[in-house]
Ligand binder design. Structure first.
Ligand SMILES: Cc1ncc(C[n+]2csc(CCOP(=O)(O)OP(=O)(O)O)c2C)c(N)n1
Length: 625
């Protein structure tokens, strides 16, 4: 059969296809997604689950004039393929290629940039109100997953808009999964709707029986109305949403195109806010991802035949070192409890969760709640470890400040994915945490240079008696030896090399490259000191003043924004101490957003890798390259 997909260059091209052709098109889209992601890596399972829904939405709605607003945006591969990016789809997540998430700069069909969860309803309401103010009558559709719906911002928008007299279509993509199985009462509620569809008929039945009773009937229907109110919550699917002001439609089978199209056509014309509940299977159409949707939520390159990952490393990931160490410490320290915001596997906590189910809390995609909850747990003597990716913790700024640091509560923030993350791009790089945490009083901010130091810092943090953050990068950890974690002195740096000509103050992932640079310069007869700062706050003021004052040429290097991180802190310290007769070069990530590329490429472009350190050193020393 002739390939249909080759003829699809925009959503207009699908509107003339019949249902059989649309189904065939969905199969071709799935094949392209699977083959491409096997090469590039990416969010396979979420995208495979919504192929029919995506085709149906573009078939019915007049995009891009009608706007589809995606949530997280990790499920938009089919959307990208049918909105003119089929030819470039092989560049998915590659440097200069198309993004793994919706991006307005990339296409007029991408209506709102996204990557973090739970923004779609809020963003969609903004578009609806703007259209209203401008006298336009086009439609806005917010697509949101059952996991994303748990989050504060999603519920805030849902609540607010339920009382607005405007049109909005919300498509709830319910696959019962966040990355792992979804948690929380809302999730159980959705599950009850799914499994209790027969109750709809029960409600209709009650009415029919009551009205058929002669004389009595009419009154009874009235009585039945109030009866209905009370039974409604038991038998009516979607009554929660109805009570919030939404017309609830569903649950619909998310893989039945004909049915989806018919329903979307009706819904598009309905007045007011409407919520359509669509049931999908995460990972549909590829056996390995159907079997293990959580493993295929986000994957690296894999073998098509078996689904096995192509990236194998002998070294453990930082996430694993963190999770294993926490489990080890928790065996002896009953105070330790762990909290994740829907990222058990990503943060390396699966072992802890298995061994200590009572001391493990997955709060769903609710980073704000995770932090305040941790603060309160600590009041009773527990030592909560909140494991959240650096970029997602941005959500919890006020909770860190107001609910933890203001009360000086002993909460440990384990910030995974600190630094560049690579192909997920700008929304996911964790390059601001030193800066955003440093302004908050009481918090101790640290980053390990390797696996052992992560173990030591974690042990130190659990016993610190104050809020403390530890940030570590995506990827593998060198230097993990079988020894007990040790307590480190808070706010003390580590002198790794002593040299009189220049000092490099490094932290975290920049420490080993700094040592490499020092060794290279040593071969040229230049003596470089390398200080592992370990802490951004409190700084080791004595050590910094001593080495900066004696070598007079200093480089600071960090995988964090140039604004407000380690370099800023050291510059401020020296300036305030009146030590100004020196030359300082701050190597840090430029003050802009950085897109997808490999972590090494990003570090090179940002000017924080060994090459950049070497040329900064040569410049300070006044020697030719
Ligand atoms: C603020 C924030 N926290 C965590 C994540 C990581 N994350 C990406 S997708 C996802 C699960 C989303 O579940 P759901 O909305 O049900 O969509 P599905 O993947 O099941 O299609 C999570 C936790 C994120 N992107 N943003």
């Amino acid at each position: 059969m002739k390939k249909l997909l080759t003829q699809i260059n925009s959503p207009a091209d699908i509107k003339n296809l019949d249902i059989a052709e649309l189904n065939a098109l969905c199969a071709e889209i799935r094949e392209l997604i699977i083959q491409t992601v096997a090469q590039t890596g990416g969010h396979l399972a979420p995208s495979l689950g919504v192929v029919e829904m995506t085709v149906a939405l573009h078939y019915v709605y007049n995009t891009p004039i009608d706007k589809i607003v995606w949530d997280v945006g990790h499920q938009t591969y089919a959307h990208k393929i049918i909105t003119g990016r089929r030819h470039r789809f092989h560049t998915l997540r590659q440097p200069g290629g198309i993004s793994g998430f919706p991006k307005r700069e990339e296409s007029p069909y991408d209506t709102f940039n996204v990557g973090h969860s739970s923004t779609s309803i809020s963003a969609a309401t903004g578009m609806v109100e703007a259209m209203h103010l401008q006298g336009e009558a086009n439609r806005v559709v917010a697509v949101i997953g059952d996991g994303a719906l748990n989050s504060g911002i999603a519920l805030e928008a849902l609540n607010w808009f339920g009382s607005r007299p405007r049109n909005l279509n919300i498509v709830l993509n319910d696959n019962e999964m966040s990355i792992s199985p979804n948690v929380g009462a809302l999730s159980s509620y959705l599950n009850r709707i799914m499994t209790g569809q027969h109750t709809l008929t029960a409600r209709a039945g009650i009415k029919r029986v009551l009205s058929s009773i002669p004389h009595f009937g009419e009154g009874m229907v009235k009585l039945g109305k109030s009866l209905e109110v009370s039974v409604k919550n038991i038998v009516m699917p979607g009554s929660f949403f109805e009570d919030l002001g939404y017309t609830y439609v569903g649950p619909l089978d998310g893989h039945r195109l004909d049915n989806l199209i018919k329903n979307f056509e009706n819904i598009r014309e309905m007045p007011g806010p409407v919520l359509v509940h669509v049931i999908t299977q995460k990972g549909k159409g590829y056996k390995p991802s159907e079997k293990m949707p959580h493993k295929f939520h986000g994957v690296g390159a894999f073998d098509l035949a078996t689904g096995a990952s192509k990236t194998v490393s002998k070294l453990p990931s930082y996430s694993k070192v963190f999770g294993d160490t926490l489990t080890e410490i928790a065996r002896e320290d009953q105070r330790v409890v762990a909290i994740t915001a829907a990222m058990t596997d990503g943060t390396g906590l699966e072992g802890f969760a298995r061994e200590f189910p009572r001391r493990f809390f997955d709060v769903g995609i609710a980073e704000q709640h995770a932090v305040t909850f941790a603060g309160a747990l600590s009041l009773s003597g527990f030592r909560p470890i909140v494991a959240i990716y650096s970029s997602f913790l941005q959500r919890s700024y006020d909770q860190i400040l107001h609910d933890v640091c203001l009360q000086n509560l002993p909460v440990v923030f384990a910030l995974d994915r600190g630094g560049f993350v690579g192909d997920d791009g700008a929304t996911h790089h964790g390059v601001f945490d030193f800066s955003y945490l440093r302004t908050i009083p009481n918090i101790i901010i640290s980053a390990p240079k390797d696996g052992n130091e992560l173990r030591d810092l974690l042990y130190t943090a659990i016993n610190a008696g104050a809020p403390m953050s530890i940030r570590y990068p995506r990827g593998t950890a060198e230097g993990v030896t079988p020894r007990k974690p040790q307590r480190l002195a808070i706010g003390k740096g580590e002198v790794l090399l002593q040299g009189k000509d220049l000092t490099i103050f490094a932290i975290g992932a920049t420490v080993y490259p700094a040592l490499g640079v020092a060794q290279k310069l040593a071969e040229e007869g230049i003596a470089v000191s390398v200080i592992n700062c370990r802490f951004v706050k409190p700084l080791d003021a004595r050590l910094i003043k001593e080495w900066a004052g004696s070598t007079k040429r200093i480089i600071t290097v960090e995988e964090n924004s140039i604004v407000g991180g380690l370099g800023s802190a050291i510059a401020e310290l020296l300036m305030d101490a009146g030590i100004t007769d020196l030359r300082l070069k701050r190597l840090a990530i430029p003050d802009s957003f950085h897109h997808q590329a490999s972590q090494d490429e990003l570090k090179a472009t940002a000017g924080i890798d060994a090459t950049a350190m070497l040329s900064a050193a040569r410049e300070l020393l006044g020697i030719a390259k």
